[in-house]
Design a protein around this ligand. Sequence first.
Ligand code: ADP
Ligand code: MG
Length: 351
Amino acid sequence: MATSIELKQIKKAYGDVAVIHGVDLTIDPGEFTVFVGPSGCGKSTLLRMIAGLEPITGGDLLIDGQRMNDVPAARRGIAMVFQSYALYPHMNVYQNLAFGLETAKMPKAEIELRVQRAAEILKIEPLLKRKPKQLSGGQRQRVAIGRAIVREPKIFLFDEPLSNLDAELRVAMRVEIAKLHNDLGNTMIYVTHDQVEAMTMADKIVVLRSGIIEQAGAPLELYNNPRNLFVAGFIGSPKMNFLNASVEGTSLKASGTEIALGRDVSGAKTLGIRPEHITLTEGSGVKFADVRVDLVENLGGQTVLYATTSDGQSLTIVLEGQRSVELGSMVSAYLDPAKAHVFDAEGTAIR
Ligand code: ADP
Ligand code: MG
């Protein structure tokens, strides 16, 4: 039932400025795919090309195997939800939801049915008679999603739909959208620059940079096996530590310490260690640095240390639970060699 999407060497240029450089991607039926990447990397452009709101300047877009490049937006079976959703201020929620269907000359009874069903799914039935100005930000965003649902599209596209909401509401709506996907089972693409949203919502994360895909895969695949420095630094919070490294003989040396990783590290220039993979306890790994503790954040469930190695590189350490660590104290940092990441001069992961 659900719909597949395939991008084959998709390109976009505005005049002679190329912004998408040949993207290959397969999205399986019913998959929840998240596009992440820094501002300006091409997330919206890619989404708008899939939706048919922006001409594709190269390559093929296939939906369920059919080439869609030249099919108008209205006939692609796609509904899109934007960050800035303009609801009609003079219409109530019911009318906002029904408007698009009325324009399409759908019979009144069918419209009523669809609006009712969408309102149920989104739990906005009590709000149907209200005007947008009588709604909270989260309720308004729900109505915007409702306008997509009533169209009963094959594919939902979301372009940073939660960016305007405050932190608490974002988390709540994030859960709502994940539930919506579970209930409807449609193929969905969700754009965000928030990597926590990406990690928690996605079946597949697509990391974009400057109009190319750096890596695509399951969230934990990207977390465990980032292909390069960019993905390693982008996925995970707080972000991965990077220490300058060199190879002496067969072992890796970083911040003055020889580190036995027990695998081939030839060509290594950078050692990557996630803050949550560092311990201060001897016996639970290999010592890789002596550090000075500059700042301690007690979060209750975790303790975050900001430290500096003896050769002046910064290191973030996340410890489980509550620890009393003195500011300015020197501590030894240990890592589990299996969880260390090593990168060559080009920033490519050495596996
Ligand atoms: P993102 O959504 O990832 O922040 P966009 O897809 O909006 O990025 O933009 C990708 C690149 O395309 C940016 O460099 C942006 O400046 C450029 N761009 C977007 N829209 C236009 C346009 N209409 N004309 C020219 N350049 C554009
Ligand atoms: Mg954008």
